[in-house]
Design a protein around this ligand. Sequence first.
Ligand SMILES: [Zn+2]
Ligand SMILES: [Zn+2]
Length: 267
Amino acid sequence: MKFDLHTHHHRCGHAVDEIESYIRSAIDLGLSAIGISDHSPYFAAEEDHPSPGLAMAKSEFPKYIEEVVKLKKQYEGKIEVLVGVESDYFTDSIKLYADIYRKYPIDYLIGSIHISGGKHISDRGLWTVLDEEQLELEKFIYFDLLQQAAKSGVFQIIGHMDLIRRYYKDFMQSCGPLVEKTMQVFAETDAVYEVNTSGIERGEGINPCREVLEIASHYGVKVTFGSDSHRPMRVGEHWDSTITLLKQLGYKELIMFRNLKPVSISI
Ligand SMILES: [Zn+2]
Ligand SMILES: [Zn+2]
């Protein structure tokens, strides 16, 4: 059974097309389930829409959930549509976020660290100017946030957990012990991590990389799949090669979520 839990659409301001286009693409590609997981608004901000290119407005969030719920019913029997959110994790406002999510019929939440040490991880200009000493400090901040996100218990899935890899010349040499500790925390907190295939097109490979997947497998951390599509044609991308790799590493199942409950999918 093929599925994809990580997809976006136009509301976040940097993905294209309607939610329904992603669902149709998933049907065409033979997926049995698709999770819609657009970026959470900045709920703690004073303004309704502080970063139009990064996330939806706060006032859009109820409409977003309502639309996915409507599509879930509309496509019943053709494909299973799941209500997800890719949520930022911010230490100071996690309670606010959790209180909001509790009000909605959400199937799963992906907790992702996009901002670490005050810097957006996709903003290369802010990272490539850092010297080795500064990067040494940044890695502790980033992995601590990942562990906090898992321990918060708010998220079913942790997104693209080695995203800062792109800024480290020898990532495993530099961050291996932190990866190991983080995977232990994921195992203890029953956090499922995602294999995110969006980096393949950018020449960065999958997140996490094979070495991290091996550590995750060693600690028995469970895994799910997400293409992180920002265009409908990308839905389910690199599913086959990901499954082959996970099987090589000893995985026998993937996890998806319905109504916040894990569901095992044999591979
Ligand atoms: Zn995005
Ligand atoms: Zn993300």
